[in-house]
Design a protein around this ligand. Sequence first.
Ligand SMILES: [Mn+2]
Length: 357
Amino acid sequence: MFNNNDKHPHLERLLKKSRSIDLDGSSRILILSDLHMGNGGRRDEFRHNAPLVENVMKRYYLPENYSLILNGDIEELFKFSLDTIVAQWRHIYELFLQFNEKGFFFRTFGNHDASLLDEKGYILAPFLLESLKLFYRTESILVFHGHQASVFLWETYPVVSRLIVWFLRYVAKPFGIRNFSIAYNSRRRFAIEKSIYDFSNRAKIVSVIGHTHRPLFESLSKVDYLNYRIEELCRAFPAAEKQNRDKIRDKISALKEELDACYKQGKKIGLRSGVYNTLTIPSVFNSGCAIGKRGITALEIDHEKIRLVYWYNGKQSRKYLSDRDSRPMRLDGTGYYRIILNEDHLDYVFSRLHLLA
Ligand SMILES: [Mn+2]
């Protein structure tokens, strides 16, 4: 299963040919993926979180001088035509473009919007790339959607994806064939993550992806992370003072509850499954998606730190647990909140990568 000779020609090519940008000590970048924007109707998966996305960009990330990278599957072209999407979400497109005024704006394509390569006059055409390389000192962070690592040809090649668009629009939909391409089981997800993990470790780079809709921080999924933290706290327990022991005990029971909830929802363990190795190399990050039922996850690069954050509507979401002792921050004048799920310095990430990979 663990094949060291396994080459990743697509990914090697991306690493070589990517356009690159130098980060400096004050760089701030927001990375979002998988918006799946549609026509504003009932089948539009973006519709539900559109006000949230609009508010956080307009009231937080733009005033805070962030640049923006949209990492693929921004439009849902398997179901809708580009014209209807742009007409529906013009105000959102205008916000995207504003990021290019103070900082930069780029968007990569994913499997659901690869056909944009053919669209002349597309509003974001000047910013459309397959991947982008961020240089941090001598280190590389490669940002790409992630479908390139799929073993399924229809996800990898734009030509094939165009055929799928045709199939879905003119055959599947009229004849009532549903969910042809979206059947994402956790095995497929895992295969993609694992393939990108192996590639990144071999190349000694960090990859930032989307596509699977599952947030990863330092290669850890939520379940992995909860397991890892419980283990860490159990180890700290015996040496702790009496009053700290109570705190640790409370924390462990809260984390266990969270973990049980994950297993009940059928969330499977990810890269830290122990099949391959027990040490986790922090080489893969995934921004998650912007179409979550309760909110959106995003990655931030901010002054040499990398963070996984969660934005949610305080009225509809339960209190969100963060083990990192971070408190939710309310976005002024709205009912929206941001919480930091995880955060580390890039120096830590790359030291660990070089020491362990
Ligand atoms: Mn995708």
